[in-house]
Design a protein around this ligand. Structure first.
Ligand code: UTP
Length: 308
């Protein structure tokens, strides 16, 4: 399935999904289970991302994995023995679930030998791109940005302004030091009304006093191919890792257009228990089959907890 870029509805052929991190905030579960496979109700987070990538119109998902995280790739493969057993037992619903991931999008593995940072992970994806691709989408699998579809809006912004486009969320004061924070420039009034801003700088995890805004990068990026060259020109930053933020900041300093779309919806950080558990509850309550039971149980647990 190697369609030319012109046949992709949002002009994005490849979605890069960095999934080679160590998941230290979720130990001990992530000692052997990749955090990308932890279930949101019954579906691994990375399968939700694959669906989001397919809905964007991409045909390829480049998964950056670590040598010890091969289970992620297996999730998108067929599993003939299990499928045959389910088929023989007439369990068609479960069979559909087993096959769903593999049908969504063509996955391409890219191995990152060592966790040298998000920037390093994204840089490795260049090797799998076709010559006609001048943009990639990056979707962080531990970040659910709801309602799904913000990347489509970002593609519209790129069509208008060119360059690279990122998703942003407004964060509380006590949270700015956890995120990459944007410094904003002027933009026309109509774009401003639509929640679009021009970015003139980006600071990774600033102290509140140094934060140029409260708008933080979230896990969706539409990056011009120029990002790969920028990634080759940056030095390791915070934590000795190659930071994607630093490469974007370099592009901005060289006049590359960078805009953000301010996302008004919800965001769930699946990368730590405090974000993951509310995400499971959010989806669980809305689940056709399990929702009513989960609602009852959640109310009981809350009432008991408050009475303690
Ligand atoms: P995170 O910082 O959220 O993931 O990186 P992590 O490093 O696994 O988490 P902690 O801090 O140790 O708990 C954002 C995304 O980038 C990927 C991660 O897998 C995650 O999806 N990543 C990070 C890589 O692919 N390679 C890296 O070297 C670093």
């Amino acid at each position: 399935m190697n369609l030319p870029i012109s046949e992709h509805i949002n002009a994005v052929k490849t979605v890069v999904v960095p999934a080679a991190g160590m998941g230290t905030r979720f130990l001990p579960a992530t000692k052997t289970v990749p955090k990308e496979l932890l279930p949101v109700v019954d579906t691994p987070g990375i399968e939700l991302i694959a669906k989001e990538a397919a809905d964007l119109g991409a045909t390829r998902m480049a998964i950056i994995t670590a040598p010890n995280k091969q289970g992620i790739l297996k999730h998108f493969d067929s599993f003939p023995e299990l499928e045959a057993t389910l088929e023989a037992r007439g369990k068609t619903g479960q069979l559909e679930k087993v096959r769903a991931a593999g049908k969504l999008i063509n996955t391409v593995p890219v191995e990152q030998d060592q966790p040298l940072g998000l920037g390093h992970a994204v840089g490795l994806a260049e090797a799998v791109l076709d010559d006609d691709e001048d943009v990639i989408a990056v979707m962080l699998p531990d970040d659910l940005v709801l309602p799904f579809g913000v990347t489509e809006r970002m593609a519209e912004v790129r069509a208008k302004f060119g360059g690279s486009v990122l998703a942003a969320i407004e964060v509380a004061e006590d949270e700015v030091s956890n995120y990459g924070i944007f410094e904003l420039g002027d933009i026309d009034a109509e774009s401003e009304k639509e929640g679009i801003r021009r970015v003139v700088g980006m600071v990774e995890k600033p102290a509140l006093a140094d934060a140029p805004s409260h708008l933080a990068a979230t896990g969706r990026y539409l990056l011009d191919r120029a990002i790969f060259d920028a990634l080759r020109r940056i030095a390791p930053g915070a934590g000795g890792e190659l930071q994607l933020t630093d490469a974007i900041a370099l592009l901005i300093s060289e006049g590359h257009p960078v805009h953000i779309v301010i996302h008004e919806g919800k965001r769930h950080d699946l990368g730590n228990p405090a974000g993951y558990i509310p995400a499971v509850l959010y989806f669980g309550l809305r689940h056709e089959e399990y929702g009513p039971h989960i609602l009852r149980a959640a109310k009981e647990i809350l009432a008991e907890f408050e009475a303690e």
